[in-house]
Write a protein that binds this ligand. Structure first.
Ligand code: GLN
Length: 483
């Protein structure tokens, strides 16, 4: 039963082949048995899951239907869940029980989804390896000595290991797409403003966006349907109608114009990944797509711009965690300054402290113009590059990451080496565009992802291309040994 996708679960529940309660029990047992190897959950919410599963079964018995009614999922542990620990992977929030549900959590619960737990993540979503979590690193089910990617690494590892069919994640600079790529999943970062950020603990507010991680595009469509929509409580939420994503899956790719940026294939990209990306281009050409080389000339400036803007916003967002308003408080403070200093010094891990310092520096008087303002200007140039490209093509295609999953600890002594892994993903966040990563093959037994980017609000187009690709390839069906 644990092999079923969300779409198959919906059919099985509708046909009364099994109940949500039965399925939930199977998956909870699987989590108890296998998660100790992976560390993908911070909290398993067994009681809540069984209550929600029974309630979903009653709703179905009363004639209700819906693709998410009774479907087991999990939430990245930065979505606030009422009465349940919401830790953000940090000692700072180790004992924080959110007083309310995030909009995404509430919407999915209303649709009948069953929450199995809260998944592990990089502390405050800062990272690309899921090694900065206070609760320990997450392991990649494809090779337990390797990272699963981050920061939504817990969601990715859990879904890849078939502990559950799908989970939520968030993507500030790649944290849905990158772990999806490194664990052989499909992951979608929606257009900025498509999914409500209310109740999602902020890292960098102008970049953060929630989205689905699942094995197939078909399942991402189902989960995104439950997450997306206007939310008056989020001032950056956009009041645009939500299309039927599942209905968008079946369009023909005949004549689809795919742009492949020449800058994507420079030094730094593992040539074995380049070859797999070319293979996926060929597969799409066979389906009728037309491929064209394009250019994103400002791409080289994306990492420096992102690593000014994201820490700047983080330094502001994280100022509320001071031991008074929110978060961990140190023992026996001497005075107020000591309380602030030690609460933050003891509550935040090294990567979070590094980002706060970089961000506060970039925003400080005398440096603002040189760093922050300049980074914002680069951000506009990057957006303009995309707008020009989308005048010529319908989709942009390339690698999701320059390398497959690295070994645990391999980049610990050099944070910049990890930042460079974000080169293909962060531009979509800087521009606010939707992006999807899907399985494209393996290098030495480790999964590789291909990334698709589309114009604003064209999530349906991304899902359509990915679904058609998945009907004609089988990478996404491969299961890691031992799971
Ligand atoms: N790796 C990037 C960072 O550390 C992106 C993280 C994310 O998307 N949350 O900032």
């Amino acid at each position: 039963m644990h092999q079923l996708t969300l779409a198959e679960i919906a059919r099985g529940l509708a046909d009364k082949k099994f109940s949500s309660e039965e399925l939930t029990k199977v998956l909870l047992a699987r989590i108890a048995q296998l998660d100790p190897q992976l560390n993908s959950f911070i909290s398993v919410t067994e009681e809540l899951a069984l209550t929600q599963a029974k309630a979903a079964d009653v709703r179905r018995a009363n004639g209700e239907s819906g693709a998410l009614l009774g479907a087991p999922i999990a939430h990245k542990d930065l979505f606030c869940t009422q009465g349940i620990r919401t830790s953000c992977g940090s000692k700072m929030l180790d004992n924080f029980k959110a007083p309310y549900d995030a909009t995404v959590v509430a919407k999915l619960a209303a649709a009948g989804a069953v929450t199995l737990g809260k998944t592990n993540m990089d502390e405050f979503a800062m990272g690309s390896a899921n090694e900065s979590s206070y609760y320990g690193a997450v392991k990649n089910p494809w090779n337990l000595e390797h990272v699963p990617g981050g920061s939504s690494g817990g969601s990715a590892a859990a879904v890849a290991a078939r502990l559950l069919p799908a989970a939520t994640g968030t993507d500030t600079g790649g944290s849905i797409r990158q772990p999806a790529a490194l664990t052989n999943l499909t992951g979608l970062k929606p257009t900025y403003g498509r999914v409500s950020r209310w109740g999602m603990i902020a890292y960098a507010s102008s970049l953060d966006q929630g989205g689905p991680l699942a094995r197939t595009a078909e399942d991402c469509a189902i989960l995104l349907q439950g997450m997306a929509g206007f939310d008056p409580q989020d001032s950056t939420s956009i009041d645009e109608p939500v299309p039927d994503y599942s209905a968008s899956l079946n369009g023909s790719l005949q004549g689809l114009r795919i742009g492949v940026p020449k800058e994507y294939f420079s030094a730094g990209l593992d040539p074995r990944i380049a070859e797999l990306i070319h293979n996926s281009v060929k597969a799409l050409e066979k389906l009728g797509a037309v491929v064209k080389e394009i250019s994103l000339p400002n791409m080289q400036h994306a990492i420096p711009a992102y690593y000014v803007i994201a820490p700047a916003e983080a330094s502001s967002n994280l100022s509320r965690f001071d031991g008074v308003r929110f978060g961990y408080r140190c023992e026996n403070p001497k005075d107020l300054t000591d309380l602030y200093k030690r609460s933050r010094g003891e509550g935040f891990g090294p990567e979070v402290q590094r980002r706060i310092m970089v961000g506060a520096y970039a925003l400080s008087a005398g440096y603002y113009d040189a760093y922050y303002l300049k980074a914002q200007k680069i951000r506009r140039l990057i957006k303009n590059d995309f707008m020009a490209a989308f005048n010529e093509v319908d989709i942009i295609l390339g690698p999701t990451t320059p390398n497959p999953a690295w070994k645990l600890g391999a980049k610990n002594s050099d944070p910049v080496a990890a930042y460079l892994e974000d080169v293909y993903t962060i531009t979509a966040n800087l521009a606010g565009l939707p992006g999807l990563s899907m399985p494209a093959g393996f290098v030495e037994g480790l999964p590789v992802g291909v990334q698709l980017l589309a114009p604003y609000f064209q999530e349906g187009r991304l899902l359509n291309v990915a679904h058609q690709y998945q009907l004609n390839t089988d990478w996404h069906t491969r299961t890691p040994t031992g799971f």
